[in-house]
Design a binder for this molecule. Sequence first.
Ligand code: NDP
Length: 251
Amino acid sequence: MSKNNGQKLAGKVAVVTGGSRGIGAAITKRLASDGASVAFTYTKGADAAASVVKEIERRGGKAIAIQADAADVMAVKAAVEKAVATFGPLDILVNNAGTAIPNRFEDATLEEMNRVIDINVRGVFVATQAALKHMRDGGRIISIGSSVGERVMAPGLVPYAATKGAVKIFTQGLAREVGSRGITVNNVQPGPIDTELNPATGDWAVPQKAATALNRYGHVDDIAAMVAFVAGPEASYITGANLTVDGGTNA
Ligand code: NDP
């Protein structure tokens, strides 16, 4: 696994939130295959998390899974502490955990809106603050926003899109504060990517697919590749950027 890509992240320590399935699992595996030791969080899927760890270890990499809901401030802080205690000071944080609760805005409940804000925005704030305390100079903070953080192509995602817009401007603002430490802050904005959150089949997928220039959903590895590049040594001059990987959805 590692031989083919030159181990660009050898010796680096990464934390990925929501790494047991979907985009986060692809990112976790890719960072590990590039040589990083990766601690990742999940909430419910202990089996899925264990299988990601197993797969990485089988290929000679290092990973641990930590149960921590991104909406639970204490759990997020404890997860970062555990990552540092296990692997040492951090080089990379990937804020991937996120959720969408599709609904028309006028019908969205306060509970739904709070949940989306707590995970997608407050979770990013808390994990980033906790990680910055332990981040080495030259580190990388990478959040997974969304193409809908810049342009909303369909109804039903108003609070979700607003949280991803928040991630975008969070990225730009924070880049200004931590640049003096050589830490970069970037926002990778996927378009439709085939996962359990957004399956490429079914009614919901039809308009999303049609909105792309390529007339297809993307693969989780398309996002992992961008994250690995931003995390790597060739990306040290990229910061405060919103990097859209959306098959042309926002073109
Ligand atoms: P999935 O629902 O397929 O996977 C989510 C992952 O995060 C799982 O590992 C899940 O594990 C974990 N997770 C879910 N909720 C929490 C939480 N509260 N705290 C910690 N971990 C959690 O989602 P995707 O892979 O599709 O999405 C990942 C990110 O990409 C999200 O931020 C999403 O908004 C963004 N995105 C996705 C797009 C898509 O088309 N798929 C498009 C644009 C952006 P467990 O079940 O154990 O909690």
